[in-house]
Design a protein around this ligand. Structure first.
Ligand code: ATP
Ligand code: MG
Length: 341
């Protein structure tokens, strides 16, 4: 069993708002293997971007690390000085922010923006930076002559490719891509995802792909981490988890999204909305929306339990206290009536 590249242990991040706190991430634990794509998925507001940013330690001013550890290659990132962390950013860990497509500076040509990263952060000469920029554009499937273009001259899909090229500039071991395909149509989504997967395999790197769309995870991710209301509720090998989910939230999320590869199936939304993270409910946070809730669920704190022993860097874990009933719940979850009751 090889050691994971990244181990997130009991990570908690809160935001100070007014005279209260929003507990955006609460005790999150998961691993990212040394090569492969991990999908971090959950509804809007469940803390995905907060985790993504916490991993690079580029967080909003009102964010507070409230506990936990982030081991990258064995080093706890939360214990590094700002200077040490700065050396890891771009170099080892590259981040593509949620609105990367629009965050390219409109007044500079792409070659200027890419060149700046390569020269200032990568220490390359002007000629080397030029050569590397061309290679990066070829890698992401854009003609190198387009380096001279301004961001507005690219389509949305191409801008996303440019953002990927930027992320790859300094040969990172890990790329964190926050909603890289969300604003794109399905065909372009698939092209970008195919390319991200091809690059991941060719370069042997790790990717954390943040998305609210579980079909994106099903399409391209080796592992899945399902988040609900700031907590990880289930994680494991994607195929294992999606064929036989243990947590009702995973079951519900899977019913709620169209399949990227086929257009069949009825979509069943999960009624209600996630809780307010400034005062989350006690016990299982999904209990208020769960069709299988029992009174004890509201009183029992969620803890991840191994549900299957699987080979590989980490097993399949789920935080439902009814893990033992999963087979029966899965059968019920496939009926539309279960979710509209
Ligand atoms: N700077 C901030 N100050 C206060 N609260 C914040 C801040 N950023 C995020 N939050 C809150 O933290 C929670 C988690 O937000 P986050 O952006 O991590 O969610 P997300 O899963 O990425 O959502 P989305 O799918 O909409 O991008 C939400 O309740 C959000 O309102
Ligand atoms: Mg987000």
């Amino acid at each position: 069993m090889t050691a994971p590249l990244l181990s997130i242990r009991d990570l908690s991040v809160s935001y100070v708002v007014g005279n209260g706190m929003v507990h955006a991430v609460d005790g999150a634990t998961f691993d990212v293997p040394a090569a492969g794509i991990v999908g971090l998925v959950g509804e809007s507001g469940c803390g995905k971007s907060t985790i993504a940013r916490a991993l690079t330690r580029v967080v909003p001013k009102n964010a507070r690390f409230a506990g936990g550890e982030i081991f990258f290659d064995g080093t706890d990132l939360l214990k590094l000085s700002e200077g040490e962390m700065n050396r890891l950013r771009w170099g080892d860990i590259a981040f593509i922010p949620q609105s990367a497509m629009n965050s390219l500076d409109p007044v500079y040509r792409i070659e200027t923006q890419l060149g700046e990263v390569l020269r200032q952060r990568g220490g390359l000469s002007k000629a080397e930076a030029r050569e590397k920029s061309e290679a990066l554009f070829e890698l992401v499937g854009i003609e190198p002559r387009r380096l001279r273009d301004f961001p507005h001259q690219f389509s949305g899909g191409m801008r996303q490719r440019v953002a990927i090229a930027l992320a790859l500039a300094l040969d990172p071991k890990l790329i964190i891509a926050d909603e890289p395909v969300t604003a794109l149509d399905v065909i372009v989504q698939r092209q970008i995802l195919d390319q991200l997967q091809a690059l991941q395999q060719r370069l042997g790197i790790s990717v954390i792909l943040v998305t609210h769309d579980i079909s994106v995870v099903a399409y391209v991710c080796d592992r899945i981490v399902v988040m609900y209301a700031g907590q990880v509720v289930e994680s494991g090998d994607t195929r294992t988890v999606l064929t036989a989910p243990y947590h009702p939230y995973t079951m519900g999320l899977y019913n709620a999204f169209p399949d990227l590869q086929s257009s069949q199936g009825i979509l069943t939304p999960i009624e209600g909305s996630p809780p307010d993270l400034s005062a989350p409910p006690s016990g299982c946070r999904f209990a208020p929306r769960c069709p299988f809730v029992e009174p004890e669920c509201r009183a029992t704190e969620m803890v991840l339990h191994e549900v299957e022993i699987v080979d590989g860097p980490a097993g399949h874990v789920s935080a439902c206290r009814r893990n033992g009933d999963a087979e029966m719940l899965r059968a019920k979850a496939s009926e539309v009536a279960t979710w509209s009751a």
